[in-house]
Design a protein around this ligand. Sequence first.
Ligand code: NAP
Ligand code: F7E
Length: 343
Amino acid sequence: MTKSALITGVNGQDGAYLAQHLLSLGYRVIGGMRRSSTPNFWRLDELGITRQIEFVPLDVSDASNCTDIVRRYKPTEVYNLAAQSFVEASFHQPYYTLEADGSGPLNLLESIRVASPESRFYQASTSELYGKVQEIPQTESTPFYPRSPYAAAKLYGHWITVNHREAYGMHASSGILFNHESPLRGPEFVTRKITMTLASIAHGHTDCLMLGNINAKRDWGFAGDYVKGMYLMLQQSSPGDFVLATNETHTVREFATIAASHMGIDLIWDGEGLKEIGVDRKTGATVVKIDERFFRPSEVDLLLGNPRKANAAFGWKPSTSFGELVEMMAKADYDRVARGVLQ
Ligand code: NAP
Ligand code: F7E
């Protein structure tokens, strides 16, 4: 029998790659999208899969909407990727973030419990749960210490998933995913902001890239690798919590330096703190400046994950190195600017 998957937030970065992966495996993909005055299909269009998805209007903060959709389709698998996913925005919109990222998973879990108990459930948990890290590297047993309204809301989403697994015997798994990026990453996240702006500078359209805390360290992988891990979690006979990460960490400064090198910019750094600048060695032009506005009220300084549990349970490991990821993103944006189609 054909398997079906409901993906919430199907038009986001991970939703697009996961839909592509499941379609390649022969799944019927039901794509949940919240209503918007102008629906946004650019990622699905770029992957060439828009027409293969059955779209349904689904806002995860609306409990009756979730129950209606789950009851109507009774999907084999439900992947909850919908979220207000930008940490910075969660400081400005904490209530909305709580609704989407905290109530959202509860609404879906309750919908499955009452209307489709055989459906398997994936919750998009996050390395942001570790926040002010209590251990290096972080694993499934590292204590959580959230540092933003986003992380606090996701903490509820994580534990309510564990609760429904233990209280009702549901096949509900939580993927604690470290940062994963791609050419389909949203433009406000630091990696894509860097590759887009440097591409614009390299083509002579912009002068300068403004960044916040360039000392922050992240464990960055490729989103295409991570969605395969989501799928594998739901194929296991027993549900659980699994870290997906590369086990490598790099600063924002390193990301920018390597991205610049793929645009023909030899970036060297000078000064300290808010006065630090990134200079193009060849031209002497200042191409990166620090701007206080991009600092967060509370920061996550360092993330480094160990994915050994996922590797032992289902053989997951990342296939894209940090260098390959930066190059892929830099080249994609350099080409987009050249074609005049920057998203
Ligand atoms: P993304 O690109 O921001 O996609 C999020 C999606 O959720 C978008 O399609 C968005 O729709 C949708 N959405 C927002 N609020 C919604 C609501 N109330 N109801 C229904 N849909 C809603 O994020 P992503 O990078 O693909 O991440 C996917 C999931 O993994 C998120 O839950 C994120 O928090 C989590 N996560 C991401 C990472 C990472 O590094 N990427 C790491 C760990 C966990 P619009 O297009 O209309 O905004
Ligand atoms: O920031 C620093 C910033 O916004 C990374 C989401 O997918 O991954 C993501 O959350 C770091 C932070 O991602 C700028 O302060 C410096 O330390 O790209 P980001 P994030 O906050 O790590 C986790 C795992 C998720 O779950 C989230 O959904 O970069 N930084 N300068 C900057 N960040 C941004 N955005 N813009 C800057 O100018």
